[in-house]
Every structure is written in C-alpha cells, then in structure tokens.
Design a protein around this ligand. Structure first.
Ligand code: SF4
Ligand code: SF4
Length: 449
C-alpha cells in the first residue's frame, strides 16, 4: 500500500486548524516541505509534548511524506525557546538519518499562521486567499505526522493528545479516544471552580463555550487544547458583546489610528487588507445597494484570517475589527461577491519589526497566571462512552456504514469517506456497541464485561 492510500485509509486530517484531509494535501508536488511546530498560541502544550516524546516517529513520517511530494528543502519550524524539543529532534535527526533541518523562530504571534510561516521560511508571500502550494510549499504539523507514522503501521486515527490548562489545579496532557466528552477531560485536570467557561483551542483563535454548551462537546481529530477560565475572565467577556454594540462602538470610538492595519500579519505579508477602512465605512454598510460599490469598499475583508491581533492587541480603543470582518465576509458570500486576488503580494519592509512577542500578548490577554504552568506527564483516559461527530474536517462528510446495535472494534471504519470528494473516513475509537446515530453523531458504548 502506498503512503497516500495508507493515510486515506487511516482517516487522517490536519491535527490542528480546520482539519484538511491529509491524503489530498500530500498528493501535491512541492519544492519545500515545512512541518509547522511553532505552536504559536500561548497555553497550548500538545505539539511540544509530541516533539519531546515521539521525535523519531515524527521524523520518519515526515521523511516519507517529503519523499512523496518530491521536496528538496525539508524543515521543521519551531521556536528557538523550545530547547527540550530542539534537543529531542536534533537527536532524532541523527538517529533516523533524516535530512530535515530545524528552522528556529523567535517567540511571536502568529508564528504558526501557515502564511506567516511560509513567508518566513521561503521569503515568498502566498497569494491572497491562496495556498502555500502556490509558492511551492506544503505545510503539515507534528500531530499529523505522528498520525502518518501510525498509518504506516496500519493504525487509523482513533485517539487524540490534548492539553487541559487554565483555571485548574492539575494542568494535564491527555491521551483519549476521539469522541470523549470534553467535560471528562476537564475533570482530569481538577478545575478550581464549580462554574467555568472554556476555550477549545488557543486564546486567540479558539472558540469560547459557555454553560450547557460545554456538555455537548466531544474530542475531535482537531481538538488540541482546552483552556478553563473563570466566567468573568476578559476573554469570555469579549465574546459577550452583541454585534449591534460592536457596530455602535465602532461608529463612536474608532479614531482611525490605523493600528489594526499596521499590525495585521496579512497586511504585512503584502495582502490588500485594511481593517481600519472597513471600520471607517461600517456605519453605511446597510445603505450600500450596489454590489460593485460594496465589493470596492468591503471586499478586502475577505483576506482576513481571523488571527485576532487587531482586536486583542492592536486597537487602543478595544474595538473588534476581526468580528466586523467575519460579519462582512458573510455579507460578501451572501451577495455572491469574490474580491479580486493579488496573486503576487510582496511583504512589507516593516514585517520583522511588527511581530508581537508572545509574553506581551499573554499579558494583554490576562493569562499570565497560567502561562508558566505546564501540563504534567501524559495520562491515558478511556471513557465508557464516546460520541463521535460524523464530520470532523473541512469538505464533505463521509457516509456512516454502521447501524444502531452493531458491535464495533476499535479501529473499525464507522464512516466511509465520500468518494471523489474532499472527505475522510472515521473509525471506532473504543470497542463497544453502537447505541445512537443521527445526521451528526455516532455514539458507541463500552459493553459491560
Ligand atoms: S485600531 Fe481601533 S481605533 Fe484604530 S483604526 Fe483600527 S479599529 Fe479604529
Ligand atoms: S483578524 Fe485582524 S489582524 Fe488578523 S488578519 Fe484579520 S484583520 Fe488582520
């Protein structure tokens, strides 16, 4: 079986981010293969744990993938402050006779943004709304490479490593079956509060969940981190503001200082995106009837990657250009507008001087109390029930191939990837019996001995 078939059969999707099916990504040919090990959002521990614990496996899989895509240049990009991880990878490079090189970066946000990373490693800016492949690069991450290694041993994706940090007594790395309830994961870290909210992912691009919504959440192939927070934490309060209030605040308080644009990482790699202009024109958004005019005024919001720098760091008035851009992107889609793309952007000379040091960001986000507290050793936890989302990746959902009452073994296919589509299979993550299926989920209960 070749590499791509093994990856497809194992149901691998990008272990972070949107979950792009890996067999499609690695089917490309490219000159540069970059393993993204930046883990640029503060408080996430998972990739560092994987690099310290499985460096040989990651490098063997990365080497196989690099050969497949025909890469001449192969790098693992990580922060120079990750000393233990650098030592582990350097030793593994020698032991596995790997031709990968380590590309060390300063500690800044968003070092792990795919387009920022590609610009840094290759010196080329990815076109607006384009892919790294447009400049001859393919980017994957360490969690995905570990899954590729497992696929080459015949093991599909059934488990996930994730960290649980924040307002907890015992921050922890967990190894759990996909479909494990997030509340079970949080309990493993002993939350300090009876009532709390959480962020799934990092503090900048992760999603805030509150109250009962937390009970519904389960681990997916892309879950890498849970941050437990007090309900009155700054990051939770930021989510409370209604869009009407955001618009009203923008109208009355935007001083057009342009800091949101000057600090925007996409603007700095040469993309046409000026959030200050979107903010300036927001007051008349509802009044613009002509699509041409709408696209001219708001079209560049489509180049926003939601990194959050404008609203969480740059804006001195605590306004929310990111949320406004998200709103505008929906309006552009509803009007069927696709702004023209600059396919040959050039990075600004100011780029190296406008990177945001991670520590300053952490202080701004009021996360200093949790920043230097690291997850302990990894613990494996297997619940009696898993609830697996049928769609855990971008593209088309697969097709369930089990019914209620079926007995399944861990690793058995329960959702088959849709043929000829951007899709991925899903496998049972524990031995048990299928007890529930709807259009969204498959529940498997462990059978009593
Ligand atoms: S940084 Fe804030 S105040 Fe300044 S232009 Fe942008 S939105 Fe307006
Ligand atoms: S969220 Fe703000 S800073 Fe980030 S890409 Fe969008 S406009 Fe730029």
């Amino acid at each position: 079986m070749n590499l791509i078939e093994a990856i497809k059969n194992a149901g691998i999707v990008g272990a972070g981010g949107a979950g792009f099916p890996t067999h499609v990504k690695l089917s490309a040919k490219a000159q540069v293969f970059i393993i993204n090990a930046a883990e640029c959002e503060p408080l996430i521990e998972t990739d560092k744990y994987l690099m310290r614990t499985f460096p040989n496996e990651i490098l063997k899989a990365a080497e196989a993938a690099a050969v497949h895509i025909g890469a001449e240049r192969k790098v693992i990009a990580l922060k120079s402050k990750y000393q233990k991880e650098i030592e582990a990878l350097q030793q593994a490079i020698v032991e596995t006779n790997s031709s990968f090189q380590l590309f060390k970066m300063k500690s800044f946000y968003p070092a792990g943004d795919e387009q920022t990373l590609v610009q840094l490693v290759t010196g080329c800016s990815v076109p607006e709304r384009g892919l790294p492949l447009d400049v001859g690069a393919v980017v994957s991450n360490v969690g995905t490479m570990l899954n590729v290694y497992q696929a080459l041993q015949g093991n599909p994706v059934t488990d996930k490593y994730l960290s649980v940090v924040g307002e907890v007594a015992a921050p922890v790395m967990l190894h759990v079956p996909i479909g494990t309830a997030l509340q079970d994961c949080i309990r493993q870290a002993c939350p300090r509060l009876d009532e709390y909210d959480i962020i799934v992912g990092g503090p900048m691009m992760g999603k805030v969940y509150r109250g009962n919504a937390i009970q519904e959440l389960t681990v997916t192939k892309t879950t890498g981190n849970i941050i437990v927070l007090p309900q009155n934490h700054y990051l939770v309060r930021c989510e409370e503001l209604s869009f009407a209030s955001i618009v009203a605040q923008t109208r009355s308080a935007c001083i057009q200082c342009k800091m949101c644009t000057d600090m925007c990482p996409r603007y700095l790699i040469g993309h046409k995106i000026r959030p200050n202009m979107v903010m300036r024109n927001l007051y008349r958004e509802k009044l613009i009837k002509s699509n041409d005019e709408y696209e001219k005024i708001f079209g560049e919001a489509a180049n926003c990657c939601d990194c959050g720098i404008c609203e969480m760091f740059a804006c001195p008035m605590s306004l929310s250009p990111r949320k406004v851009n998200i709103f505008i992107k929906k309006q552009l889609a509803a009007r069927g507008l696709k702004a023209e793309r600059n396919k040959n952007p050039k990075a600004s000379a100011d780029l190296p001087y406008r990177r945001i040091p991670t520590e300053r960001l952490v202080a701004r986000l009021d996360l200093m109390n949790y920043y230097h507290v690291h997850a302990g050793e990894c613990r494996t936890f297997v619940p009696d029930r898993v609830s697996l989302l049928i769609k855990q990746h971008i593209g088309a959902p697969g097709v369930p191939c089990v019914s209620v009452g079926n007995r399944v073994q861990k690793g058995e296919v329960i959702v088959r990837a849709k043929e000829d589509s951007l899709s991925a299979s899903l496998h049972a993550s524990i031995n048990g019996k299928v007890t529930f299926i709807d259009g969204e989920r498959i529940v498997i209960d462990k059978e009593k001995e």
